[in-house]
Design a protein around this ligand. Structure first.
Ligand code: SF4
Length: 358
């Protein structure tokens, strides 16, 4: 069991973050916010995939009327992503955004931050202090909340930036804060969150920024987010992929379920296959995955494992340890349920028999 860091609780819409709440999954739309229909369709897809909070980029004042429509119809609570223009945060709060993400690297005049804190307080809207290694204040530029990189490490600058920003909110009496400290480096990200955890009890939004394309970013996110979660650090996660946002949600779900922090449905245990395998295991597993997604196995039934193994080397062992398993042989396999052999099944019936055994 992972012992989670004790954090304050904040709420984004109906979703609780921190304070022992389940670690939530979020993503960000990739459509142009001004395209209301496309953005709502993307949010719908994200919600279906299991996303719980959606972040939307708000680039300029012209984005505000479409944003209002999106917030009204969104299937998920909307966190608005605001940079450079403080008034956009005030306007987003005014039209019902469920949370605001601010970047200390580009909105950092104390009076602006205080005005936003007051408006957020009145509206009951939480703020995420989203520090990003790519937008730390450059050397020589004065700012109360940004930190110039004068020879200090990026990690220390990120943490200092978050601490200074947090203080401004605290001076205004505002504590509905979440914090993220994202770097494109896995090691820097882990170090930054670890350090910050020693300074506050605000809930953390975890992510590796600009993590790259699907495979590499999945690995980076699994290592970075996974390492922190193993230490009990993290209250909500966003996997960043240069790919479909729905895949971000799928990867996040896999990270959380691998650590047994959340349960989203049966876990498939399948071997990579090799020269010993005498069935088309890849095809079987793909079909099984599709079927399981389609039937939406009830979460109330509790965690369940399904092993689909290619031969007698590890097959019978894994199949017997799983709740349901198949150890394949030549064009057929032995079906196991709760460690006991049920019967021999034909390769073409593997998926049907597994689903029947659920
Ligand atoms: Fe190969 Fe058998 Fe291991 Fe699968 S279980 S990888 S088929 S040895």
């Amino acid at each position: 069991m992972i012992k989670r860091r004790k954090t304050r609780k904040v709420k984004i819409g109906d979703v609780e973050i921190g304070g022992g709440a389940p670690i939530s999954i979020q993503s960000m739309t990739k459509t142009d916010t001004k395209n209301v229909r496309a953005t709502l369709a993307e949010i719908e897809d994200l919600a279906k995939a299991g996303c719980e909070i959606v972040r939307i980029a708000v680039k300029d004042h012209a984005s505000m009327p479409p944003l209002r429509k999106i917030i009204q119809k969104s299937a998920l609570p909307v966190e608005t992503d605001i940079h450079f223009i403080p008034q956009l945060a005030l306007d987003a709060i005014g039209i019902g955004a469920a949370a605001i993400r601010l970047n200390p690297g580009n909105i950092n005049k104390e009076e602006d931050v205080k005005r936003i804190a007051k408006a957020a307080e009145r509206a009951g809207v939480p703020i995420r202090i989203g520090v990003n290694s790519g937008s730390l204040v450059p050397p020589g530029r004065k700012s109360p909340a940004g930190v110039a990189l004068k020879g200090g490490s990026i990690v220390d600058s990120m943490v200092k930036s978050a601490l200074i920003y947090t203080k401004i909110f605290e001076k205004s009496g505002f504590r509905d804060i979440m914090i993220s400290l994202k770097s494109s480096s896995v090691l820097e990200t882990i170090e930054a969150y670890r350090k910050m955890a020693g300074f506050c009890d605000y809930p953390f939004h975890l992510g590796i920024t600009a993590a790259g394309p699907l495979t590499g970013a999945t690995v980076k996110s699994a290592i970075g987010i996974g390492a922190l979660l193993l230490e009990g650090i993290g209250d909500t996660v966003r996997v960043s992929l240069t790919d479909d946002a729905v895949k971000e949600v799928e990867v996040a779900k896999d990270i959380l379920s691998s650590l047994r922090l959340r349960y989203f449905g049966p876990e498939i245990i399948s071997c990579p296959t090799c020269g010993r395998c005498q069935v088309d295991l890849t095809k079987v597993v793909r079909k099984l995955e599709q079927k399981l997604n389609a039937i939406r196995y009830p979460l109330s039934a509790g965690p369940i494992t399904i092993a689909v193994m290619g031969c007698e080397v590890n097959g019978p062992g894994e199949a017997a340890h799983a709740d349901i398993g198949i150890a394949a042989g030549r064009a057929s396999g032995i079906l196991f349920k709760k460690g006991r052999i049920v019967k021999r099944v034909k390769e073409s019936d593997f998926v049907k028999e597994i689903i029947k055994a659920l």
